[in-house]
Design a protein around this ligand. Structure first.
Ligand SMILES: C[S@@+](CC[C@H](N)C(=O)[O-])C[C@H]1O[C@@H](n2cnc3c(N)ncnc32)[C@H](O)[C@@H]1O
Length: 271
C-alpha cells in the first residue's frame, strides 16, 4: 500500500547506505500488535552498527523470535539484502503479529517465513545448530508472573519477576538453535540484570558485548551480542572488532542520534 511521505518512518538514512533500507513503511497494524518503539529502534541500530561484520559473516539463516510488527526482521533482511541465499524466519505467539509481519515484509519486497508459535516450538529440532543470527526484543518489563503469556498486547511486554520469565526461556532455545559461528542479539533492560545474563551465558560458553546502550526517560536499554567463545575464526574476528570499537567501554551507536519521525503512530489501525 502506498503511504504519503509524512507517514514514513525515516529511521535510518546514512548517506552510504542504500535508499532501500532508509525507510520502513507502516503498511499494517493491529491494536494488539507491538508498535516499534525505542527498544525496537535500539535493536535495529545495534544490527546496523554491526552490519559490516554481519555482511562479512555471511549468515545463511537468520531468525527473529517475537517479531511483532515485522519492523526488525524487515530491517535485517533489507540491510543484508546484498548477500545471496540468506533465509529468514520470524516467529510470534500472537496471530495478529504474524499477519502484520507478513504484510510489512511483503511491502518491502523481502521474504521471511513467519510462523505462529511459542518461541521456536516445532522448529527447534529441525533448526538445531543451524541458525547464524538470532535477534530478540523480548517481553522484558518486570510484572507479576501471572501477567506473562496472557493473550493480546500484554504478552508483548509482560516479563514476570525482574522481567526475566520469557528471557530465561529464550536462552536455552537460542543455545539449541545457534550454529557454532552464530551471533545472538538481545534487548535487555537494567532491571533484567544484564550482567547476570552475560555471566550465565558465559558459563554456557558464550562471550558477549554490549553493542548499544541507550537511556530513555523510562528505561535503560542494552543490546547485547553473544557468540560462542570457541576459538573459531569468526569468534576471533568478533573479539578483534570488540577491541577496535569499544576500547574497554560501552559502545553506543552513532546511529542512535538519528532523528526519527513518529510515522508508526500516524496510520489508522487495520483492526
Ligand atoms: C517487545 S515485543 C517486540 C516486537 C518486535 N520484535 C519489535 O522489536 O518491535 C515482543 C514480541 O514478542 C512476542 N512474544 C511474547 N511471548 C512470546 C513467545 N512465548 N513466543 C513468541 N513470541 C512471543 C509478542 O507477541 C511481541 O510481538
Amino acid at each position: 500500500m502506498d503511504q504519503a511521505p509524512s507517514e514514513r518512518l525515516l529511521f535510518w538514512a546514512p548517506s552510504k547506505m542504500s535508499c532501500r533500507i532508509a525507510q520502513i513503511h507502516k503498511v499494517s497494524s493491529h491494536s494488539e500488535v507491538y508498535e516499534p518503539c525505542d527498544d525496537s529502534f535500539a535493536l535495529v541500530d545495534a544490527l546496523l552498527a554491526d552490519r559490516t561484520n554481519l555482511l562479512e559473516h555471511k549468515p545463511t539463516l537468520c531468525l527473529e523470535l517475537g517479531c511483532g510488527s515485522g519492523y526488525v526482521i524487515t530491517s535485517l533482511a533489507l540491510m543484508l539484502g546484498e548477500l545471496p541465499g540468506v533465509h529468514y524466519i520470524a516467529t510470534d505467539v500472537n496471530l495478529h503479529a504474524v499477519r502484520v509481519t507478513r504484510e510489512t515484509l511483503q511491502a518491502h519486497n523481502v521474504h521471511a517465513d513467519v510462523i505462529a508459535t511459542d518461541l521456536a516450538s516445532g522448529l527447534d529440532s529441525r533448526l538445531a545448530g543451524l541458525v547464524d543470527v538470532i535477534v530478540v526484543n523480548p517481553p522484558y518489563v518486570p510484572t507479576p508472573d501471572d501477567e506473562v503469556g496472557q493473550e493480546g498486547i500484554t504478552s508483548a511486554w509482560a516479563g514476570g519477576v525482574d522481567g526475566r520469565a520469557v528471557i530465561d526461556r529464550i536462552l536455552p532455545v537460542v543455545d539449541k538453535l545457534l550454529s557454532d559461528r552464530g551471533w545472538f542479539y538481545m534487548v535487555t533492560l537494567t532491571s533484567n540484570n544484564p550482567l547476570q545474563i552475560c555471566r550465565q551465558m558465559k558459563a554456557g560458553g558464550y562471550a558477549s558485548r554490549i553493542v548499544v546502550q541507550r537511556s530513555t526517560e523510562e528505561e535503560s536499554l542494552h543490546i547485547i551480542k553473544f557468540w560462542r567463545d570457541s576459538g573459531d575464526p569468526m569468534c576471533k574476528k568478533e573479539t578483534a572488532t570488540l577491541k577496535k570499537t569499544s576500547s574497554g567501554k560501552v559502545m553506543d551507536s552513532v546511529l542512535s542520534q538519528i532523528h526519527r519521525l513518529p510515522f508508526w503512530k500516524k496510520v489508522e489501525s487495520n483492526d
